[in-house]
Design a protein around this ligand. Structure first.
Ligand code: ING
Length: 305
């Protein structure tokens, strides 16, 4: 089947346990990529931190062990087969990883995602802006130490024209903040891609955690409708070393309608035909920013904390 630029896929991933090797995990990426291409998709989205377990659930005090979860270069030998398979198939892709960056002689750690086009070229990069959780360990079964292991993203909310559309990238917690999606839309996005690792015990309030699936769906649908964009959400899910993370990967149209949704909490590919043209009826009416938006009234949104 020939790959079509309007055909987009989400590759939901089941658990990456701490003992799983990069090679095993990359092999699963390749199998999912091949399934997406066989369904005619010209692009496939993988989850946040898709190369490793969600290690912020652990307190890791040994620097060398912590470094082992990060990628110091991208691409690198560990993902070379994924990049070459993408080139062979002519399919673009995006995945998240822990980035170890040398900047001005200092080491920095970010929760990062890249966009790769159908020729295997890196077409975009984003570093997670909204880091949930804590910097110090908490009295809980599983930690959420993203503020300990990552710095807030310093690239803003860039967008990337590629493969016939303009991609905006965000990561996990970012999807809960309307500022993320509005910034990406204002920066030109017509398609927002977001990977996530969402444990269902995050807040510790049973009444809130019981609504994890609803809040995921609400965040993705609102983002799509309120910004007239396509939204692709890719979960890493299932039980990773005892911690359950929700699935519910989905593709949402600019109408806010869910057009494809994963049903499992394992490796699963969903595909949909996502014409950019479907953004037009919304951008020409309800969400015509030129006609209706009133930025002079929105100062509170960007006022310093
Ligand atoms: N994970 C979670 C997310 O934002 C979370 C953290 C879970 C916040 C549940 C609120 C409720 O989906 C990451 N990695 O940001």
């Amino acid at each position: 089947m020939s790959l079509h630029p309007d055909r987009l896929a989400v590759a939901q991933m089941g658990p990456n346990n701490r003992a799983d090797s990069r090679a095993q995990i990359v092999e699963r990426h390749i199998a999912l990529m091949e399934e997406a291409a066989s369904a005619g998709a010209g692009f496939v989205l993988f989850p946040e931190l898709s190369l490793t377990t969600f290690f912020p659930r652990w307190l890791i005090e040994d620097e060398a062990e912590l470094d082992s979860f990060y990628e110091a270069e991208m691409p690198n030998d560990g993902v070379a087969t994924l990049f070459s398979r993408g080139r062979e198939l002519g399919i673009g892709f995006s995945f998240g990883y822990a980035e170890l960056a040398e900047e001005a002689g200092a080491r920095h750690r970010y929760n990062t995602s890249i966009l790769v086009d159908g020729q295997g070229r890196i077409a975009g990069k984003y570093r997670k802006v909204h880091l949930p959780g804590h910097s110090e360990p908490q009295p809980r079964t599983f930690q959420h130490l993203e503020k300990r292991y990552f710095e807030p993203g310093n690239l803003g909310f860039p967008t990337f024209p590629s493969m016939g559309r303009t991609f905006g990238i965000c990561i996990c917690n970012d999807r809960r903040w309307p500022e993320t999606h509005r910034s990406l839309r204002l920066n030109g996005a017509d398609t927002i891609i977001v990977g996530y690792n969402t444990p269902t015990d995050h807040t510790g309030h049973a009444s809130v955690d019981a609504l994890s699936l609803f809040h995921n769906q609400l965040s993705l649908q609102a983002a799509a409708y309120q910004n007239s964009v396509w939204v692709l959400g890719a979960a890493k899910c299932g039980v990773e070393d005892g911690s359950f993370m929700l699935g519910q990967s989905m593709i949402v149209a600019p109408s806010g309608e869910i057009v494809a949704q994963a049903r499992s909490v394992a490796d699963e590919v969903i595909v949909a035909t996502c014409p950019v043209a479907e953004t037009v009826p919304y951008r020409e009416t309800i969400f015509s920013f030129e006609k209706h938006r009133r930025p002079e009234c929105y100062g509170a949104i960007t006022a310093p904390r």
